[in-house]
Design a protein around this ligand. Structure first.
Ligand code: AQP
Length: 366
């Protein structure tokens, strides 16, 4: 009954019988409307230091979801990070650093499953099965692939198929919601497509995951050096981002060097003045004040002096995170144990899903 009333709500003015009769029919019914318990999955690449973009675009929400008692699974997606070349020693250290920073930001391994992707082998197995159901044109049109591959002479296959691995990450845990930045929405649409496509053939195996996208400002903080680009871990110029572990001197230096424009007054206009507006957005996210309130409060300052105020606000927020990250990094055994335990918990869920998938596909002899 519950399923029917949900279906009725979803279908709005459509009559229930018509809906079941139309193109997707009863199989659509079974794949879309099985009642799945809510589960959140998200991942972050250990490609460098986490920065304010990662914090406001992802980590802050991860902590809120965890603290509101949701069933949450967060992964350090190291297999994704090797789609572009990584120095082995740096990667090893980044995996632990990302774990330390996430914990310092409030991820509690007792409340969340926090794990390292490559320790759960089922991700790559499911990726292969889903890859066999994904078409090449669909992957070639994804904007992140276009953006990242455009700078490369030889494009690795991994970069091309990584959205499929991302789908496997989500579907393996039968996640119902996935907090993502705006840039990831099309990848989530691929996961929805693959889940539907699989369910239509084999029955209700996967929930159709929904994107939880933040508002447009948090979804895309911009580079401090080129406000037309997003703030990014792997951007070669370290002055382009504020890392969560930056020292106060480094924060001040990066704020001072942030690219603005030739107008010295402080106004918020993301279209016309992306550089200064990005700084005000960061300030607004840190303080909870609206951009307009900030412009009013700092009306007597030119952009040069405003940058000094912003550096102080950033330092106030980041100091405890930095100090806690440094403390945790001094205890690699603890961090490895957290990831080990998290991976064990994740593997149990992943194995159950994968067995179901393999069985339905016909890979397991009866
Ligand atoms: N600039 C940003 N503004 C808002 N959110 C952002 N995210 C990343 N950059 C910004 C969000 O952070 C989460 C984790 O991202 P990721 O590590 O999986 O990879 P990414 O999105 O490609 O992040 P980076 O920092 O740009 O890493 P690299 O340089 O390795 O590609 C995601 O939810 C993302 O939306």
């Amino acid at each position: 009954m519950k399923i029917f009333s949900r279906l009725r709500t979803r279908c709005g003015h459509l009559n229930l019988k018509d809906t079941l009769r139309n193109n997707v029919g009863v199989r659509y019914f079974s794949s879309e409307f099985k009642l799945w318990s809510q589960r959140i999955f998200s991942g972050i690449q250990p490609t460098g230091n986490l920065h304010l973009g990662n914090y406001f675009g992802a980590v802050q929400r991860w902590v809120e979801l965890q603290d509101s008692g949701k069933d949450v699974i967060y992964s350090i997606v190291d297999l994704h990070s090797i789609t572009l070349p990584q120095d082995p020693e740096e990667l090893r250290s980044n995996i632990l650093k990302v774990a330390a920073t996430l914990i310092a930001c409030g991820i509690n391994p007792e409340k969340s499953i926090l794990f390292q992707q490559s320790k759960v082998r089922q991700h790559t197995e499911l990726c292969w099965i889903l890859g066999c159901r994904t078409t090449m044109p669909r992957l070639a049109h994804l904007p992140q692939f276009k953006e990242k591959s455009s700078a490369l002479k030889d494009v690795p296959l991994g970069l091309y198929v990584y959205p499929v691995l991302q789908c496997a990450d989500i579907l393996l845990y039968r996640a119902t919601e996935v907090p993502v930045g705006e840039d990831q929405v099309q990848h989530l649409q691929l996961a929805q497509h693959l889940a539907r496509n699989f369910n239509n053939q084999y029955g209700a195996v996967f929930p159709i995951p929904k994107a939880l996208v933040g508002d447009s400002h948090t979804s895309r903080l911009r580079s401090l050096r080129d406000p037309l680009k997003k703030m990014s871990k792997s951007e070669p110029d370290p002055r382009s981002r504020i890392n969560l572990t930056d020292t106060s001197d480094s924060i001040l230096e990066k704020c001072k060097k942030a690219v603005t424009d030739f107008t010295s007054a402080l106004t918020f206009n993301p279209e016309e003045r992306p550089g200064v507006s990005n700084l005000i957005t960061i300030h607004s996210l840190l303080s909870g004040k609206s951009p307009q309130e900030i412009c009013n409060e700092c009306a007597s300052l030119d952009t040069g002096r405003y940058k000094l105020v912003l550096a102080e606000v950033i330092e106030e927020k980041l100091k405890p995170i930095r100090e806690e990250t440094v403390r945790l990094m001094a205890d690699p055994v603890y961090l490895k144990t957290v990831l080990e335990k998290g991976s064990e918990k994740a593997s149990l869920i992943a194995e159950e899903t994968l067995l179901d998938v393999k069985n339905r596909v016909g890979l397991i002899a009866l």
